[in-house]
Ligand binder design. Structure first.
Ligand code: NAD
Length: 348
């Protein structure tokens, strides 16, 4: 099975690439290498005979046609996206271009390739999306696959639009699509401007640990390697035209998450005062959704998938990974525009 993975130099895409190669897939990693990419994330498979990299932008239809013709993939997993909510508030244009126009361009290229090959039955276009398309929950309730879309940020609106395009290409042209909507991921290779790395790295540097508002926002955290495993499960066993919500069954308020990380650091890298003394509350961001939580019944019951780690276990693995991979995150912090965001705009 040859898999074309878009966005495979990013956080989740690289976990998919590493896992797919380990499971015997041939993988073509297609990525435009934006600020969020890091080829170091896939260094462990770079020399593998079943791995290839294509430096291509998903908005470039001609280049996509060439990749499809040269590599002849059996399926596509589409993860390439602008993914940072705070960046979407500062500059929404790039999110429309990549997440909406880019997804449209990729769908057209995939459809052309699939039709020219005589519509092979096993072909899948698997679109990877977020639970943020559903908007915000109150104190109770869960997102199911039937929850109405109500995106609140430019990021989630652009992802919602891309979900609708994928669904429509399935309904209108018969393209064999599957969709997944996932909760917040964390784990190794998470870009240093995202919430959990910011919390860990600020704590290690003895800087303030920023928490939006009163820290009451709730997220349902999923360890990235569990997400990659769920995605391959859906690719292999998911029903055509169906969408699956993927969650970690790990709801936590931001303040509780921060306190868990501080407690792990106190244990594995003790400092001269408790890390929790660095916690500082900062002004909430506009349109900040209160709570996301996933009902994972469908993926659990239909496909038998469950996360392998609890939040506590995944956080400990993550903290240890950041402690052992300082060269990786220091290089990214030095990138233009990243370091100055640290500690001011945490986001999941
Ligand atoms: P990321 O920002 O770490 O990686 C995105 C990758 O896409 C980068 O390597 C980037 O270079 C590439 N890319 C961006 N624009 C491109 C373009 N025009 N052409 C080709 N490549 C391009 O993102 P991530 O956190 O790994 O998220 C991957 C996918 O999963 C996204 O679609 C995102 O919406 C979705 N998702 C993320 C989360 C999360 O918690 N991070 C949760 C649910 C869903």
């Amino acid at each position: 099975m040859k898999l074309l993975v878009t966005g495979g130099a990013g956080f989740i895409g690289s976990a998919v690439v590493r896992l797919a190669v380990a499971r015997g897939y041939a993988v073509v990693n297609l990525d435009a290498l934006t600020y969020a990419a890091c080829l170091e994330n896939v260094a462990s498979v770079a020399d593998h005979p079943d791995y290839a990299f294509e430096h291509v932008d998903i908005r470039d239809g001609t280049a996509l046609d060439t990749v499809f013709a040269q590599h002849r993939p059996d399926s596509v997993m589409h993860l390439a996206a602008e993914s940072h909510v705070d960046r979407s508030i500062d500059g929404p244009g790039a999110f429309i271009e990549t997440n909406v126009t880019g997804t449209y361009t990729l769908l057209q290229a995939a459809r052309k390739y699939w039709e020219e090959r005589g519509r092979p039955e096993g072909f899948r276009f698997h679109h990877i999306s977020t639970d943020e398309v559903y908007g915000s929950l109150g104190d109770t309730g869960l997102f199911t696959e039937e929850t109405a879309y109500a995106p609140n940020s430019p990021y989630s609106a652009s992802k919602a639009a891309s979900d609708h395009l994928v669904r429509a290409w399935g309904e209108t042209y018969g393209l064999p699509v599957v969709l997944t909507n996932c909760s917040n991921n964390y784990g190794p290779y998470h870009f240093p401007e995202k919430l959990i790395p910011v919390l860990i790295l600020n704590a290690l540097a003895g800087k303030d640990i920023p928490v939006y508002g009163a820290g009451k926002n709730v997220r349902d955290w999923l360890y990235v390697e569990d997400h990659a495993d769920a995605l391959l499960t859906v690719l292999e066993k998911g029903k055509l035209g169906r969408s699956y919500n993927i969650g970690g069954e790990n709801e936590a308020r931001n303040i509780d998450l921060v306190e868990m990380i501080c407690a792990i650091l106190d244990r594995v890298r003790p400092a001269n005062r408790p890390y929790a003394s660095l916690i500082t509350f900062v002004e909430d961001r506009p349109g900040h959704d209160l709570r996301y939580a996933i009902d994972p019944s469908r993926i659990r019951q239909e496909l038998g998938w469950r996360p392998s780690v609890t939040l506590e276990q995944g956080l400990e693995k993550t903290v240890r990974w950041y402690l052992e991979n300082e060269a990786w995150w220091r290089a990214l912090q030095d990138r233009d525009g990243v370091g100055k965001r640290l500690g001011t705009t945490p986001n999941g």
